[in-house]
Design a protein around this ligand. Structure first.
Ligand code: NAD
Length: 259
């Protein structure tokens, strides 16, 4: 897959799906603006890219904060004078709780981190993508779209369903500028997302409906997905190889959500 000197902005680039995508794109010759909350993991991704001969910068950004997202986009644009690809991916599971016990603040945190961030990332990159056309990929989930048995994940699932609607609105609106927008819906993927998951375990028992899969819930391969498998889908959707695909959600879950 050739990318001809392209520049990508990747949110949530310090870990999991964002990290794997940043590393994969870099191997294909793309310059990467790594966007995440600054910690050692983010610096390590940058180091890994530089050590392998690629180009990357990182910006310390809370993706739910409009000013910081605007500043991050500015810094990445000023580094290379272009932005071609956008991967709006950062997200959290947030607080997993029955609706009656979920605080309005916890609801807001999940919606801001997952949904408002997607709007902000797309909004502030549009002026740059408009110049030559471009491609945006948004990370949603099977939850909220094809699966509703993640008990206690009402805030998360709502944010993930809304990301699909937003992506389709954006695809139509931005088609005139040759900007494509697609949405990926992963199933269970091995990442560090459990570190951003706060489960109200005792309270959850009162809303759980027992569901048993005697042969496991991953029909394909009997395992969770890997971040690298998701990254290769994202690379395809960002590249010209998918040039007639826009406004589409794609499930990457080994048929987990069809069970
Ligand atoms: P991860 O925790 O490994 O990576 C997420 C990254 O987002 C982290 O580096 C984290 O620091 C960053 N992040 C979180 N809040 C942020 C904020 N406010 N500002 C900036 N960065 C922030 O998890 P992951 O599984 O790679 O998650 C990536 C996306 O994939 C998320 O949107 C998640 O909802 C989605 N997803 C994950 C799975 C799964 O099973 N892992 C399944 C479906 C969808």
């Amino acid at each position: 897959m050739t990318h001809n000197n392209k520049v990508a902005l990747v949110t949530g680039a310090g870990s999991g799906i964002g990290r794997a995508t940043a590393l994969g794109l870099s191997k294909a010759g793309v310059k990467i603006g790594l966007v995440d909350l600054k910690d050692d993991r983010l610096e390590n991704v940058k180091k890994e890219i530089l050590d392998s001969g690629g180009e990357a910068i990182f910006t310390d950004t809370d993706v739910s904060d409009p000013k910081r997202v605007e500043q991050s986009v500015k810094e990445i644009f000023e580094e290379w004078n272009r932005i071609d690809y956008v991967f709006a991916n950062a997200g959290i599971n947030g607080t997993v709780s029955p609706i009656e016990d979920l605080s309005p603040e916890d609801w807001d945190q999940t919606l801001s981190t997952n949904l408002k961030s997607t709007f902000l990332t797309v909004k502030y990159t549009i002026p740059h993508l408009k110049k030559r056309g471009g491609s945006i990929v948004i990370t949603s989930s099977i939850n909220g779209n094809r699966k509703f048995t993640g008990f206690g994940m009402s805030a998360y699932s709502s944010s993930k369903a809304a990301q699909v609607a937003f992506g389709k609105m954006a695809a139509l609106e931005l088609a005139q500028y040759n900007i494509r927008v697609n949405i990926i819906c992963p199933g269970g993927i091995e990442t560090n997302i459990s570190q951003n998951t706060f489960v109200e375990k005792t309270k959850l028992d009162k809303i759980k409906i027992p569901i048993v899969y005697p042969q496991g819930n991953h029909p394909l391969g009997h395992r969770s997905g890997k971040a690298e498998e998701v990254a290769s889908l994202v690379q395809f959707l960002l590249s010209d190889q998918s040039h007639h695909i826009t406004g589409t959600e794609i499930y990457i879950d080994g048929a987990e959500s069809l069970l």
